[in-house]
Design a protein around this ligand. Sequence first.
Ligand code: CAA
Length: 259
Amino acid sequence: MTDDSPIRVETHGRVGLITLHRPQQLNALNDALMDELGAALLAFDADPGIGAIVITGSDKAFAAGADIEAMADWTFMDVTQDNFITRNWETIRAVRKPVIAAVAGYAMGGGCELALACDIVVAAESARFALPEIKLAMLPGAGGTQRLPRAIGKAKAMDMCLSARMLDAQEADRYGLVSRVVPDAELLERSLALAAQIASFSLPALAAIKESVNRAWESPLTEGILFERRALYGRFASSDAHEGMHAFLDKRRPDFQHR
Ligand code: CAA
């Protein structure tokens, strides 16, 4: 990572923090940014000292979408041969640890889709969410047409995708697009505190819960319930689960080894 890198990476105890940093382009998501974001996510995922990850942007923009300047002259062959979207946008799906999006300002197009791909979205009061690709005669192609209806239902999702309607933080909260709304001045502090709380829990248990909740999006209820039950049975192979239950009975704090 160099000084002109499009992301900044820090650790705060057991929390990995990734800050998108292309201020002149409102954090527009070009290949270089997405490649570095993917590499940073995978590095945190592999680091046993990290229990949760926060992705944030600037006060003005979480991210204003895919980089329109980069895309404007691409051809069909360019995007298929280069595997646009699949190549680097899918990495976030491979991350097993909880990922929190801390969103202030614009989360537009791919920026909104990046937030939707995270596990928890903490929105500042200033956050604005939209899928305005229709204005470009484009399509929300980083999961927007699939994750948005699952998150907020078809009626609201169609409205946002077809009319480019922008939601403020309170609307996004009401519709279930975000998890919590906080004052702008507290966004990073509250997101890091939430991540630290999550990271204090047993890592394999967190990964099992994340996998199970994600399964709810992708399978019929009966299959999802079976998946959940197997995940629950798997907890009994975990020393942390025995430690957690015994600590409760002994009225002491658990000492998780993340195993
Ligand atoms: N790509 C490239 N550059 C972008 C950009 C984007 N997505 N969004 C903003 N920028 C650039 C602008 O071109 C401008 O650059 P210059 O200073 O060199 O002119 C700079 O960032 C600041 O932007 P604005 O002057 O437009 O700032 P504003 O405050 O007036 O407006 C905004 C902010 C409403 C977010 C506006 O910038 C905007 O509408 N941006 C485009 C949003 C968009 O259409 N996103 C969807 C992209 S397509 C996509 O994401 C496809 C997909 O699913 C993968």
